[in-house]
Design a protein around this ligand. Sequence first.
Ligand SMILES: Cc1cc2nc3c(=O)[nH]c(=O)nc-3n(C[C@H](O)[C@H](O)[C@H](O)COP(=O)(O)OP(=O)(O)OC[C@H]3O[C@@H](n4cnc5c(N)ncnc54)[C@H](O)[C@@H]3O)c2cc1C
Length: 403
Amino acid sequence: MPDIVMYTKTVCAYCDRAKALLGRKGVTWTEINLDLHPERREEMIERSEGRRTVPQIFVDGKGLGGSDDIHGLERQGKLDRILGLGGHTVAAPEHHRVLILGSGPAGLTAAIYAARANLKPAVVNGIEPGGQLTITTEVENYPGYPEGVQGPQMMADLNKQAERFGTTYLNGTAVDVELSKRPFVVKLDGGEVVSCDALIVATGASAKWLGIESETRFRNKGVSACATCDGFFFKGKPLAVIGGGDTALEEALYLTNFATRVTLIHRRDQLRASQYMQQRAIKNPKIEFLWDTTVEEVVGTPHDGVTGLKVKNVKTNATSTLAVKGMFVAIGHEPNTQVFKGKLEMNDLGYLVVQPGRTYTSVEGVFAAGDAADHIYRQAVTAAGTGCMAAMDAERWLAEHAG
Ligand SMILES: Cc1cc2nc3c(=O)[nH]c(=O)nc-3n(C[C@H](O)[C@H](O)[C@H](O)COP(=O)(O)OP(=O)(O)OC[C@H]3O[C@@H](n4cnc5c(N)ncnc54)[C@H](O)[C@@H]3O)c2cc1C
């Protein structure tokens, strides 16, 4: 058996996770708890070449790093050899009472509540740790921040808050789920398999974009996909909305509260939106329509942001430049729910269906929160609210069903 040493602290979710993996491998180790032996802290830092985080794991004197590092080695099929085990033993899935898919406001709020209920939740980060708010700058409408807050900062704070109560984080994205029997099993893209008694799906939704290079370049500098979030920043400015459905008209109407003029650019000569919405938009003197038109390029400078849109009439091929200070893309959202197709009930647009006013999905023990189950509000505060509900629903359900 190799000589395994692990430096830990008493309250340390990552240490628990590392110990769980080694435990499943059937190996034993010597634990040096730095809360009990603070005098050995410097020794750990020196042995690990300056690392100041626990756990730090050593096998026969060689440093492997922390929990994520040994999980990475396991995913690559290298851990068994390092531990002196013959071949690659398939460890039993890491089991959690509550597993949360997604680390946006919904997932992290669910984690805070589940962790405070002592359920030791694990959060699967997904491809975008922290969720959609990590790609924006100022968030001014989340309660409790009178001066506003940077999206990435807010998500880092939520992450720390959930971790403080014992949440662990798993890197990876769920690529397959087995929900027909319990415990539920979730397979991650790195090959790791995790199981759980209750599952909270908080995988969010992604705005669809036009897909032109200049759109990406000016994102957060005049290009947005959320009027409720960003309209306020364009007081007294001319704006454009792209799209022809109900959402586009809703965004356009909302933006008339701030803008001097809103030009709705649509690639066809009629709208897909409901008659009611069309009437409201047509009656609004601030809304103009640019039919049969597509956006070729977002024009601007790094200093001034967006200054205009180069547009093309698809019938005549004539191009022109429309002077606007912002472009709001409203061509739809795509819920990140593909992995649940055929496994959880969803509506025509792919949003998960939950019981009215609750977070129960069509499978008992699986709960959904945030944008993945909400095609109407799609805000951080509503996502956080339903994240809280999902954790409370899961806790009560576990108390009744899973002992
Ligand atoms: C540019 C921009 C600016 C915005 N500004 C504001 C604002 O100012 N105020 C406001 O209230 N709202 C704003 N929003 C909307 C807000 O960001 C969303 O409503 C909110 O983030 C939704 O939270 P969520 O937790 O449901 O999902 P998301 O934030 O989308 O998080 C989803 C999470 O799920 C993970 N995930 C996805 N698929 C999988 C999978 N298969 N397995 C595991 N994990 C997965 C992702 O990695 C991510 O961590 C903005 C959105 C954008 C795009």
